[in-house]
Structures are given as C-alpha cells and as structure tokens.
Ligand binder design. Structure first.
Ligand SMILES: [Zn+2]
Length: 411
C-alpha cells in the first residue's frame, strides 16, 4: 500500500483510503496510517474530507492507545445509492444498493425475450423509477445505473456484438439510450465481470488479492480482478472461458471451434444429457424446449443436490469439465481465489465446488507454493445485478482505477 501510494495524486490517495475503509469494515485513523504508510496528519486531512462529503461516518470508539481513545470509522452506507440491472433473455433483475453494496430493494421482471431493444429500454426506465420510489430512496443520492449483459462487447461503442440469441441488440447503444431515458449515468459491462467486481466490493476482498469469478448462466464467463481492479483485456472481452477447448475432437461449437467448455458443460448440455436418461425427463418434469433450458437445468441440478441416482452423474460430468478448465486457468494466471457465481450454481453449487477444490488440490501447478481457494458466491442468483451496482460504486468512488468507463457515460 505504502509503495502503491508513493507519488500518487491527491485524488488517488483519497480514493485509496476510502477503499481501505471499505475493505476494513471498521477502522481507526491509526490503523489507516499503519496500513497505508501515510502520516497521521495526511490521514486526518483525508478523513476530514471524507466525513465532510458524507461518504464515511464515525461509529464509536475502539481500545485506548497511549491514553487516547481511538475513533472508529466506516463507510456511511446510506449516503449514496446505486442501481444494478441484470439483462437476460429469461428475466431482468433490478437492485438498489447502498454504498456498502447492501441490497435495499429488488424487482424481478420479464426478460428481454424478442421485444425490440428500444421498447425494452423504455420499460426498464419505468420499472426502475417505480422501484426507486417504492424503496423510498432519494433520487439525488443515486450515483448511476450499472447494467450486466451477456454477450460479446464492443467497448468503443458500448454495445453488444454478435450475441447469438439477440441480433436486434447488435450495435444498439444501451448506455446512451438508457441514460437519456433516466437522466442517470449508465455503465454497461459483461455479466461475469460484473459478478467479479460485486464479489470484490461486497465480499470486502482486499485490493491485494488476484481472483477470478466464474459465472454460469446460459454459458460461462470468467471475470478477473487484479490489484483491486477489473482486468478487461484489449476489448472488454477477457475471460471467454466458455470457449476454452477441452476436447479438440469434441462436438462443434457455434463459435467455430470444437469441444468448447460450453458445449460440454453448460446448462444446454446438462439438459441434453438428462433427456438421454430413461424416464428422467418425466420424473423431473423437464420440458426440453429451447426456451426452458434454464429451468430444466435447474431441476436436474436440484435433483443432483438431493443425490438423485440419474441426475447426479449429469451434474458431475458438467463439474468435471469446468473443473479441468479451471485447473488450466489457475496454471495460466496463478490465482489466489476462485469464486463460483451466477444462477447456474444456485442449486448444485456444492457439487461443483467439491470437484473443483479436489482437482486444484491435486492438479494445480502452484499447489506446492500456495493454495487456490474456491468458494461459492453468497448471492449467486443476483450476483450479476449486484456486481453491476457495485461497478457504479467502484468506478465513481475509486476513480484512480484506470479501467473505469463510468466517466465516459457520466452526464
Ligand atoms: Zn466455442
């Protein structure tokens, strides 16, 4: 930290101290000075400014040191709010969070389906306004809207490209349209990156940790956080783990390759394998339609979690492929921690967790040097929306993080 702040500008130092308070939970000025390497006088000045802005609050006293009682500080959670939206074919989830990332209000609405993008955005603006009003949140405390979307991104134009299920959304400028409709700053990011930043912000992960979030919804995505910031790659399309090739002679994938993780382990494959099991579709009430993949896969996962004789091997096979993909990812990136997030892990997350943990213990190249922790997100069904809201908090309050695109979208 001290090294990090050497030569930092006032804004960078200010936001780094705010970030330290965030990740500490409750902290004193003396501890801030210790952890940051800044002088007591500098810390006092920065803390005073953060108190004036209402971003932090004094919350009582700690132990006496040298006869003086230490005042404890923490984020002033209700001073600012953010909106997170997860845009999906099956559903749209809206969250309003406070500064600490705590969810204050939630709404689950119909997905985008085949509704034209312009109409979806109009509906989103109306549903959002209703949610904010019913939650009793003062609009002036809203810092912006974060939106989590699946699909490839064109970071120069802030749009989705080549989403195989949504041609209409190609070249549609979500940020600009939604920002005009709501008069709020909007930032769009892919769902796996959102989930990663959400874990970082809400899970109080320290900025020093390098970790990845594996997101499973319709397919897979990998969000990376390194040095306390999102790693985006050259075009915001980092982490396409779904198209990591696990079997060079495997089934053809829509991306043009063969034997991709998505083809071997995603919900569509889980349903396909389940339908091959005699009687299982009837027993679990699987519909086997393209539009019911998410629900069908969840039924299989729930049965597997209850040790169902036919369903368990189906989920175990999916976990096996994902696990081997993650051994390669860990070998490539030398990660401290992997978090499993997204609706795909909702019902049978423990089965995936166990398999990945066992394989990393046994097969990871760095296992002798350090362990790679694996955990399940505590909010897997809303992690993308939560992360989208966190992205607003993160990019507005810690602007020293250079990859933030919030400034571009700010009105
Ligand atoms: Zn592929």
């Amino acid at each position: 930290m001290a090294k990090h702040l050497k030569g930092a500008t006032a804004v960078e130092t200010h936001s780094a101290i705010l970030d330290l308070i965030r990740s500490s939970g409750v902290v004193s000025r003396i501890e801030l000075a210790d952890r940051s390497g800044l002088t007591g006088a500098s810390i006092s000045r920065i803390v005073k400014q953060l108190l004036t802005e209402g971003l932090i609050a004094e919350v009582g006293f700690g132990d006496r040191t040298g006869g003086k009682r230490r005042t404890l500080l923490q984020l002033n959670a209700r001073s600012r709010h953010a909106v997170g939206v997860s845009l999906d074919f099956a559903s749209i989830t809206y969250l309003v969070t406070d500064l600490s990332g705590e969810v204050i209000a939630r709404l689950d609405a119909d997905g985008i389906g085949h509704e034209p993008p312009g109409e979806v955005i109009t509906r989103i603006a109306a549903e959002l306004a209703g949610l904010v009003e019913s939650a009793g949140v003062d609009r002036s405390t809203l810092m912006g809207i974060g939106m989590a979307v699946a699909g490839r991104q064109d970071s120069a134009h802030h749009v989705l490209r080549s989403n195989p299920q949504a041609d209409d959304w190609e070249l549609f400028d979500i940020e600009e349209t939604l920002s005009s409709a709501t008069d709020l700053a909007v930032v769009v990011e892919n769902d796996s990156t959102c989930a990663a930043i959400g874990e970082f912000w809400v899970g109080r992960i320290p900025a020093s940790a390098d970790f990845a979030t594996v997101y499973m919804a319709t397919g897979f995505g990998l969000g990376l956080v390194t040095n306390g910031d999102i790693y985006r790659g050259s075009s915001s399309n980092v982490g396409e783990i779904g198209h990591m090739v696990l079997d060079v002679h495997g089934p053809p994938c829509w991306c043009g390759s063969q034997g991709c993780l998505e083809m071997l382990a995603a919900p569509a494959r889980i349903v396909e394998r389940a339908l091959e099991q005699p009687g299982l579709a009837d027993e679990l009430g699987l519909q086997g339609e393209p539009g019911t993949i998410r629900q069908d896969a969840e039924r299989v996962a729930r049965a597997a979690a209850a040790d169902h004789e036919q369903a368990l091997p189906v989920i175990e096979e999916s976990a096996f492929y994902l696990s081997r993909a993650l051994v390669s990812v860990t070998n490539l990136l030398d990660l401290d921690q992997i978090i499993l997030a997204g609706p795909g892990f909702g019902a049978a997350g423990e089965i995936y967790l166990r398999r990945i943990w066992q394989d990393l213990e046994r097969l990871s190249f760095v296992r002798a040097v350090h362990p790679t922790k694996v955990g399940l997100s505590k909010s897997s069904d809303i992690s993308a929306a939560l992360g989208a809201a966190s992205l607003v908090l993160h990019s507005r309050l810690t602007p020293h993080q250079t990859s933030s695109r919030m400034a571009l979208a700010a009105r």
